[in-house]
Design a protein around this ligand. Structure first.
Ligand SMILES: [Zn+2]
Length: 336
């Protein structure tokens, strides 16, 4: 009788410890051994999250909703950097202060991987009103072109495999699935653009994020209002833009969530055009964990707003699933 109780107690103890172990594993599968990656703006974090799934830790430093072009990381971000093995950034001079902090604080042997310079050649860089050639900083918004986002994803995949070969097959699978989704997005964009009257396929924006998008889809950027120092445009420039909008009968002009612009609003009013201030180039819609809180979700939202305002339909984009291919695992920061 007594033996039986001892056995039962032992079995109970064993199953208790097994179930504790299981809980521990499901909460954090091998967190200590996982590759730790620091990223910068949210669309890049989302692309890396799609490739990494739960096999690597991914933390974005630049909060959603700030001006990423002038963002200065806090000295306390050095702690996050000092525990990372890899930093992935857009490059093309977008995140210079964050890059400097990374260079000073990443541990020895850690890598810095800049995507933009590996995606297009210098001859393909775009310089324009907000990013003039004489200042030497090309327009960095490559990710708004889904073909470049595909390239970003495959570059990230190869770098993750190089540093963490044991998860090679997961990185390959995730990337293949993600690129397939991006191809669907690309085709849906082409289909949706066909519904916009040809004469309306023109963009006037406040923040100058769209030239690489336009390069792919045959739109025309008729202007970006924001000067290179992120101040307001000169009165002369404002008058020129109003006249252009009136003459060309542009149906809508676009501001962005991050840069509220009374000046663009005035330009739209006087040019008798609609003013829409909802575009985003590095702030994802919804909140972390929502299906639309992703790079693809951001593109769908932008294009829906744009295409409908220009007299087209965004119906084709509804079939694109924005959810990250291997779930939401990255740490995103939000502007407080
Ligand atoms: Zn931007």
């Amino acid at each position: 009788m007594r033996m039986k109780w001892i056995w039962l107690a032992a079995l109970f103890g064993l199953s208790l410890s097994l179930s504790c172990q299981r809980k521990e594993q499901s909460r954090d599968p091998g967190a200590a051994q996982r590759l730790k990656i620091v990223t910068t703006v949210a669309p890049i974090t989302s692309i890396v999250e799609n490739v990494a799934g739960d096999k690597a830790g991914v933390s974005g430093i630049i909060p959603e909703g700030v001006n990423s072009h002038t963002f200065e990381p806090a000295p306390s971000d050095s702690r996050l950097l000092s525990g990372a093995q890899l930093m992935i950034l857009n490059g093309l001079d977008l995140e210079t202060p964050t890059l400097k902090l990374a260079q000073a604080n990443l541990p020895q042997g850690a890598s810095i991987y800049s995507l933009g310079e590996k995606t297009i050649t210098e001859a393909e860089y775009i310089y324009d009103f907000s990013f003039p050639k004489e200042q030497g900083h090309p327009n960095p918004h490559l990710w708004l072109n889904p073909a470049y986002a595909m390239r970003y994803a495959t570059l990230v995949r190869d770098e993750l495999i190089r540093l963490d070969p044991k998860n090679k097959s997961a990185y390959e699978q995730n990337t293949a699935q993600f690129v397939k989704k991006l191809e669907t997005l690309d085709q849906a964009t082409k289909d949706a653009i066909q519904t916009i009257p040809a004469n309306n396929r023109r963009l006037l924006t406040y923040h100058d994020s769209w030239p690489y998008f336009v390069r792919r889809y045959g739109f025309q950027v008729i202007g970006a209002v924001q000067p290179s120092d992120f101040a307001d445009p000169s009165p002369k420039e404002v008058i020129r833009l109003i006249e252009q909008i009136r003459k060309e009968k542009v149906p809508a002009v676009f501001g962005s969530e991050v840069f509220p612009s009374p000046v663009l609003e005035q330009i739209a009013r006087e040019g008798k055009s609609r003013y829409i201030d909802k575009l985003r180039d590095d702030e994802l819609p919804g909140k972390p964990g929502d299906p639309q809180h992703s790079y693809i979700g951001m593109m769908i939202e932008n294009m829906t707003i744009m295409f409908e305002a220009l007299g087209g339909s965004a119906e084709a984009l509804k079939k694109v699933d924005p959810t990250p291919v291997a779930g939401s695992h990255a740490d995103y920061r939000r502007k407080n």
